[in-house]
Design a protein around this ligand. Structure first.
Ligand SMILES: [Zn+2]
Length: 432
């Protein structure tokens, strides 16, 4: 039997408590100073007033295994997740082979179990090979040991309206959800960065906001028409926010995510021609950043999801047009959310727990995660110190990749400890 006593931790940033963990559960929760002697044999962790949150849940992670183990593996990616305070991640399907069969999703699920740092929930592909031509074995993936509930061709858009309609209809049978990467392909051929005055000046092909917004509008209408569940990945524009606001006002079953990088970074970084800032959808304008922050604040955007996208240096240390899209995000997510949403007074810590743990767990139908901090609940927890600041060092990471867009920036906060079912995966900021 393992037991821990976490002293002087503040659940959701509130009053300090002492929390006893026995095996995989929270055994007791009492005001600091009133701990019963029955836990005197436990290993004591002094939280020193740090914030206690339910373990974070990421609905959008690229773990790259199978196929690109030079960029990331399930083991390295889930270590990075644990360092970021996550206890569950959804692994996107754009691996090699693509996660479009029960066999592949079970392999990814099993690798997550074996590594043991974080629960891994594979996302199933919507179409075979992400090719957009033929519906993948959605039912077989849902019935597999991995019990897939989230389906996405992420990296590519399910651009064919008939295919999208069929997928939305199909997943209703097991209350699945289609997570759409909203990118109208014809409007974004060879697109390199946000379309605007700057893309013209830099001579880089533009990725217009309308290419995202047109797909989101269509998919909201389709989801309403067939009475199914749509999740919009990485919302990046002010116009997308308005469309989602409208769909929700109609009572449609639409949810949405924003990435940490779209909450903080803007398209003017492309002027450096440094491909570290190349991502899909692209970094947008300051007005878009303001809109997605407001939408995350008022709940129009439900959750933060990282879109952690590791790439080896040869795919990033090259000229902009040749570089891969994507940036790391797991280890910095909570710091970026603190910086953009908490320190600015938009969200309190209870709202952060809602948007990074409870809601993503609900959308992904993940049980045992995103639960309240209370006696008898699973001990999936993160201890976070918001009072420190750090200069981000790209070399300090569990990821096999280094494409960290925050390198050299000062960000607040540090994950002190992460518990997965009562077992520390991170202690003193180090992987266990
Ligand atoms: Zn995507």
């Amino acid at each position: 039997m393992s037991s821990y006593l976490v002293r002087n931790a503040r659940p959701y940033g509130g009053d300090p408590v002492d929390l006893a963990i026995e095996n995989d559960r929270i055994a007791s929760l009492v005001s600091t100073g009133a701990t019963a002697a029955t836990y005197s044999t436990a290993e004591v962790i002094d939280a020193d007033g740090a914030i206690l949150l339910p373990g974070l849940v990421d609905l959008h992670t690229h773990l790259r295994e199978p196929g690109r183990e030079d960029a990331e593996t399930v083991e390295s990616g889930t270590q990075a997740a644990a360092l970021g305070g996550f206890t569950a991640v959804h692994a996107m399907a754009n691996t090699d082979p693509v996660a479009d069969t029960a066999g592949v999703v079970e392999q990814v699920w099993r690798l997550g179990r074996e590594a043991g740092y974080c629960d891994v929930y594979p996302v199933g592909a919507v179409t075979v090979g992400l090719a957009g031509q033929q519906l993948a074995e959605l039912g077989a993936m849902a019935d597999s040991a991995a019990r897939v509930r989230v389906f996405s061709d992420d990296g590519k858009c399910v651009s064919d309206a008939v295919m999208m309609r069929r997928a939305l209809e199909y997943v209703k049978a097991f209350d699945g959800v289609i997570a759409q990467h909203a990118q109208e392909p014809r409007l974004t051929e060879e697109a390199q960065m946000n379309e605007g005055e700057l893309s013209g000046r830099l001579g880089l092909r533009g990725w217009p906001a309308v290419a995202e917004e047109a797909i989101i509008a269509r998919d909201c209408l389709l989801a309403a028409h067939v009475g199914s569940r749509l999740h919009v990945c990485h919302v990046s524009t002010a116009g997308s926010v308005e469309i989602i606001r409208w769909a929700k006002s109609e009572g449609w079953n639409v949810t949405a995510e924003v990435t940490p990088h779209h909450l903080l970074l803007t398209d003017d970084l492309a002027a450096t021609y440094d491909p570290i800032y190349k991502v899909n959808p692209p970094l947008r304008t300051a007005a878009d950043v303001e809109a997605v922050r407001g939408a995350l604040g008022d709940g129009t955007i439900d959750i933060v999801a990282t879109d952690h996208a590791p790439h080896p240096h040869e795919d990033k240390d090259c000229e902009w047009a040749a570089a891969a899209f994507g940036m790391l995000g797991l280890e910095t997510a909570l710091s970026v959310v603190q910086h953009t949403m908490v320190d600015t007074g938009v969200l309190d810590w209870a709202a952060v727990a809602e948007r990074l743990s409870a809601r993503p767990a609900q959308i992904g139908h993940v049980s045992g995660h995103g639960r309240p901090i209370a006696e008898g609940e699973p001990a999936n927890l993160v201890l976070y110190d918001p009072t420190v600041t750090r200069i981000v060092d790209a070399a300090e990471t569990a990821s096999l990749s280094r494409n960290n867009p925050y390198r050299g920036m000062e960000l607040p906060g540090r994950v002190l400890a992460t518990f997965l079912r009562g077992k520390p995966t991170v202690l003193d900021g180090k992987v266990q």
